[in-house]
Structures are given as structure tokens and as C-alpha cells.
Design a protein around this ligand. Structure first.
Ligand code: MLC
Ligand code: AMP
Length: 518
């Protein structure tokens, strides 16, 4: 009972009997059968096995989206190692941090980045660096091609580590959330039933595969249901619309929906073959939710999750009869109900239970919740309550029908186009620049990305730092999505009696900065 909990085996067991059917069709016109995925993941798993890696070895990847990069994830599970995906936007300071912290045995990167990434990796003790490009070339594939296409998945227990996802968490530097085979499999099974996945579903996969949404929710959902995927290397609204008549399921962050709404071709007729539109990773404006319904006839299903927990809540897919006449429909502005097996509660600052409709910190427990942050036992302990609930850092309420609404965050975090920006990280880069005394990064509303960062900078006495130069400097050192969309030099930052910067006042001051652009 404790063995054979390998997530790959659970996914593989659900492949259709007709292995030669198409599993994936790409926007490049390539077709991959279920057999191709099985064989290619076996070859890659055999390559990993041949490297004689230590138990629990981390396989870190920074790769452009491709089916082969996805298969490398499956192969890592199959071989019993730990997958560590990294955003393709990360630059050398960011990659150095992750590689030094996670100490991966294997790093796979694009050939364009091999020079600088291999230097960082080898200096940090990584034994193997391979390349893999999105045109099906690279040393990783060349070596895998020499391996057998038969591989017996390595036995894993439910609590064995499957993946580490770096996330900003509530405070401090990026932390590796450790997710086990059991965490991921339980969430996959719950969503499979809750979202009524079927083998004749066709998923348009348009998200990046280095975060929970694209890598786990979308991918596992399709694989576990033996559903075909239409695999888009990059999100482009027109390409998605072109594929809608062939698809039944789409998943996106709110920005994707905003961009599709801007396309005149979006009509109820175009979306008539669709079964389910899912949104998550960031708050969706009610306006977007309503417009989508008007333009397509479909009600978006909003759900809520985190890197540390995978999915926590979801609006109902089918009418949910447990919740009475008024409680069963998808409700815009809410993230739905706690998923089966997930316990979600709201607590006030003193740790007391909030009544229905009262706002407090959202805390969660379930088989999907991670075991802790990589090599940070103290930080892990701080984020759990004495009775074992994980403190999400999100602020919300649960109404009498059980609908969860997120109203804010107690963590200082900006979510921009579905990517997390941790203000303390950006501020520390700005504060090091010549002429800068201090800075604050605040999130303000943006018509496309939902929220973007605005840097508010105070000059050192006698210095005159240039806002444009600050932005340029950051661009050379940080992932592009983290770059503030605006930088302003001010005489001082507003502080409260305790000396703490009042970011709420700054947010208020700059709240209309991008409104005119709408
Ligand atoms: C791109 N840019 C962004 C940005 N994405 N700026 C702020 N926020 C973002 N998210 C900027 C770039 O810096 C660049 O600026 C310009 O936009 C063009 O870059 P691009 O890469 O060509 O952008 P584009 O392809 O249009 O990407 C936009 C996007 C992408 C919305 C498609 O951001 C995206 O795929 N987001 C989804 C993220 C996601 O999957 N999140 C799930 C997290 S999981 P310049 O100035 O350099 O030109 C999670 C848990 C859960 O949160 O619940 O799911
Ligand atoms: P990440 O660290 O990237 O996993 O981001 C997780 C955070 O995204 C959560 O803690 C929430 O703040 C936010 N989030 C995820 N889904 C939603 C949603 N549907 N609505 C609002 N916020 C969300």
C-alpha cells in the first residue's frame, strides 16, 4: 500500500488502450501519440537512471515550452527524481539563487543559455548540464535517443517528493515548496471528478509549464482523463480562438481572458463546442467574468490555488445540489467551494474562527497541502498553525452557502498577469543603486495585467537618481515581468507611527496611473 504511488504510474495507467491515438497536437502541426509520450518518457527516464544520481536528486530545468520539455517532467517522475521548473524569464542572479539553494544534480537549459547557466551550475556542484531546445534538438534529446524505450517506473511512496516550486511565500526570499507524489495525485483525482473531465475532452494548453496552473492543473487534468491536448507554445489570443471550435476545455489567468475579449472574432458560435473555461492564479474582475458570459454564452469557472497547495477551492462545474437552490451556480467574484477533501477556514488575527461572511486569514488543510519549504524548517513551522493548517497569506471570507471570496492578501505580493512579484526583492535591488536612499514597490490596477508594480523611490540627500535609469538597470538584472511599469522619485515615503511604510497610501496615490490606458 505504501509503494507504487508514483504519480507517473497513476497518469500512465489512465492512458487509453489505443496508444496510437493522438494525445497532443501542437501549433507547429506536430502530432504526438500516447505511445510517443510513453516511449519518450521511458527513454528520458533511462537516461536519468544511467547518470547514477543520488536518491532525491533535483532536476532543474529552464526551458522554452515544448512537448519534449513536458515529457522531461514526466520522465523525472518516472525515474523517481524531483522536478524543479524555472521561469524562462529568470536571469543570472535569479538562477544562481535557485541553483545554490536547491543544489540540483542535473540542469537542463536552452542551448542559447548554456554558457552562463552551466557556469553557475558547475560552480554550485551540479554534475550534469544538458541542453534542450524547442525545435527538438539539444544534448538531452541526443543522449535520450540512445536509451531504451522500456522503463519500469520507480516505486514511490505518497509522501516522496515529486517537485519543488519556488515561490515568494509570505515573507523572505524565494522558498522551494516541496510537493509530493501524493499531493499532486490527490489533487488531480479531485479535480478530475469535480470538473467532470472526460476522455473526449480536448484541452487548449496555452499556459507556461513552470507553474502550478500549466504544469499540474492543466497537464495532469488532460493526462489523467486521457484527453487530447492542443499544445500552444505561447499564448496568443487569435491562435486560441482559431482552435476553440476543436476544443472543449480552456484554462487561463485573467489576463488571457481580457486579451481574448479584445478580439472581435470571439462569439457564442465560435465557443459553442466548448464545455469549460477555467480561470485562476489571480483575481478576475467581475467585469471580465460578465463580459465573457455576454460574449460567449459561457460562465467562467473560477478556482483558487497556490504553489504550496495546488488547488483549494473551485466554483461548481455541474450544478452542485448540496448547496440548495441559490448556492449551486458559479458565482463571479468568488472562488467557489472548498474542494472535496480540502478543509478551508477563516481566522481572525487572534486565531479565532470567523463567522460566515466575516473577513480573516484563509487557512487550509488537506492531502494536497505541501510538506514544507525546502531546507527551511523554521519558516515552514511559522506558516502552519498548531493544529496543522497552512496559513495562505490570503485574506477572505466564506459565506453561509460555503462560497469563498478572496478580498486581499496579508502577504506583500503583487500578482501581475498571473506571475508573482515579491516587492521586497525588487526594493532590495533598487536600494543598492547609487543615489537611492530607499524605495517601495506597490501594486496598482492595470487593464491588461490586472496589477503591475510601481516603484516609489527616495533619493539620498544631494543625489538625483534618474527614474528611467533605474528601470534600465533592473531590466539587465531581473526577469522582465518583475520590472516596475513605472518609477517615480519622491521626497519621502509615508510612514505610520511605528515607522512602517504605508503602502496603502501609495497604492491609493497611484491607483489611476494606468486607468487612462484602458
Ligand atoms: C509579460 N510581461 C509582463 C508579464 N508578462 N509584465 C507583467 N506581468 C506579466 N505577467 C511583459 C514583459 O516584461 C515584456 O515587457 C512584455 O510584457 C512582453 O513580454 P512577453 O513575454 O512577450 O509577454 P506575453 O507573451 O504577452 O505574456 C503575457 C502573459 C504571460 C499574460 C501571456 O505573462 C503569462 O503567460 N502569464 C501566465 C502566468 C501563469 O501561468 N501563472 C500561473 C501561476 S500558478 P517589455 O517591457 O520587456 O517589452 C499560480 C497558482 C494558481 O499562481 O492558483 O494557479
Ligand atoms: P503562487 O505563489 O504563484 O502559487 O500564487 C498563489 C496566489 O495566487 C494565492 O495565494 C492567491 O493570492 C493568488 N490566487 C490564486 N488563484 C486566485 C484566484 N482565483 N483569485 C484570486 N487570487 C488567486
Amino acid at each position: 500500500m505504501t509503494t507504487h504511488q508514483n504519480l507517473f504510474s497513476a497518469l500512465r495507467a489512465r492512458f487509453p488502450a489505443a496508444l496510437d491515438e493522438t494525445a497532443i497536437e501542437t501549433d507547429q502541426g506536430l502530432l504526438y501519440s500516447w505511445r510517443d509520450i510513453d516511449r519518450a518518457s521511458a527513454m528520458m527516464a533511462n537516461l536519468l537512471a544511467s547518470l547514477d544520481l543520488p536518491a532525491g536528486a533535483r532536476i532543474a530545468v529552464q526551458l522554452e515550452k515544448s512537448v519534449e520539455a513536458m515529457v522531461l517532467y514526466l520522465a523525472t517522475l518516472r525515474a523517481g527524481y524531483v522536478f524543479l521548473p524555472l521561469n524562462t524569464a529568470y536571469k543570472s542572479a535569479e538562477i544562481s539563487y535557485f541553483v545554490q539553494d536547491a543544489q540540483p544534480s542535473v540542469v537542463v537549459c536552452s542551448s542559447a543559455n548554456f554558457g552562463w547557466i552551466s557556469k553557475i551550475a558547475f560552480t554550485s556542484g551540479t554534475q550534469h548540464v544538458f541542453t534542450l531546445d524547442d525545435d527538438r534538438t539539444g544534448s538531452w534529446l541526443a543522449r535520450s535517443a540512445q536509451c531504451s524505450d522500456q522503463h519500469q517506473a520507480v516505486a514511490r511512496k505518497a509522501d516522496d517528493l515529486a517537485a519543488i516550486l519556488y515561490t515568494s511565500g509570505t515573507t523572505g526570499r524565494s522558498k522551494g515548496a516541496m510537493l509530493s507524489h501524493g499531493n499532486l495525485l490527490s489533487n488531480t483525482q479531485v479535480l478530475h471528478a469535480y470538473w467532470d473531465w472526460r476522455s473526449d475532452d480536448v484541452l487548449i494548453h496555452a499556459l507556461p509549464i513552470f507553474h502550478v496552473h500549466g504544469l499540474f492543473v492543466a497537464l495532469h487534468g488532460a493526462l489523467y482523463s486521457a484527453s487530447k491536448m492542443i499544445w500552444l507554445a505561447k499564448f496568443d489570443p487569435r491562435t486560441v480562438l482559431r482552435y476553440l471550435p476543436q476544443a472543449t476545455v480552456f484554462m487561463g489567468v485573467p489576463t488571457l481572458y481580457v486579451r481574448m475579449l479584445a478580439e472581435p472574432a470571439l462569439t457564442p458560435a465560435l465557443a459553442s463546442h466548448m464545455r469549460l473555461f477555467v480561470s485562476g492564479s489571480a483575481p478576475m474582475l467581475l467585469e471580465t467574468f460578465l463580459q465573457w458570459r455576454e460574449r460567449t454564452g459561457h460562465t467562467i469557472l473560477e478556482r483558487y490555488g497556490m504553489s504550496e497547495t495546488v488547488m483549494l477551492t473551485s466554483n461548481p462545474c455541474k450544478p452542485d445540489l448540496r448547496h440548495g437552490a441559490h448556492g449551486k451556480e458559479r458565482r463571479g467574484g468568488t472562488v467557489g467551494f472548498a474542494l472535496p477533501g480540502v478543509s478551508v477556514r477563516v481566522r481572525d488575527d487572534q486565531g479565532r474562527a470567523c463567522a460566515a461572511g466575516e473577513t480573516g486569514g484563509i487557512e487550509v488543510m488537506g492531502a494536497n497541502v505541501f510538506s514544507g519549504y525546502w531546507r527551511m524548517p523554521e519558516k515552514t513551522a511559522e506558516e502552519f498553525t498548531a493544529d496543522g493548517y497552512f496559513k495562505t497569506g490570503d485574506v477572505g471570507k466564506i459565506d453561509a452557502d460555503g462560497f469563498v471570496t478572496i478580498v486581499g492578501r496579508s502577504k506583500d505580493l503583487i500578482i501581475s498577469g498571473g506571475y508573482n512579484i515579491y516587492p521586497a526583492e525588487i526594493e532590495s535591488f533598487i536600494n543598492e543603486l547609487p543615489g537611492v536612499a530607499e524605495s517601495a514597490l506597490v501594486g496598482v490596477a492595470h487593464p491588461d495585467f490586472g496589477e503591475v508594480g510601481v516603484a516609489v523611490v527616495v533619493a539620498k540627500s544631494g543625489a538625483t537618481p534618474d527614474a528611467a535609469a533605474i528601470i534600465e538597470n533592473l531590466k539587465s538584472r531581473l526577469a522582465n515581468f518583475k520590472i516596475p511599469k513605472h518609477c517615480v522619485i519622491v521626497p519621502d515615503l509615508p510612514r505610520n507611527a511605528m515607522g512602517k511604510v504605508q503602502k496603502n497610501l501609495l497604492r491609493e496615490q497611484f491607483k489611476s496611473l494606468f486607468r487612462a490606458a484602458a
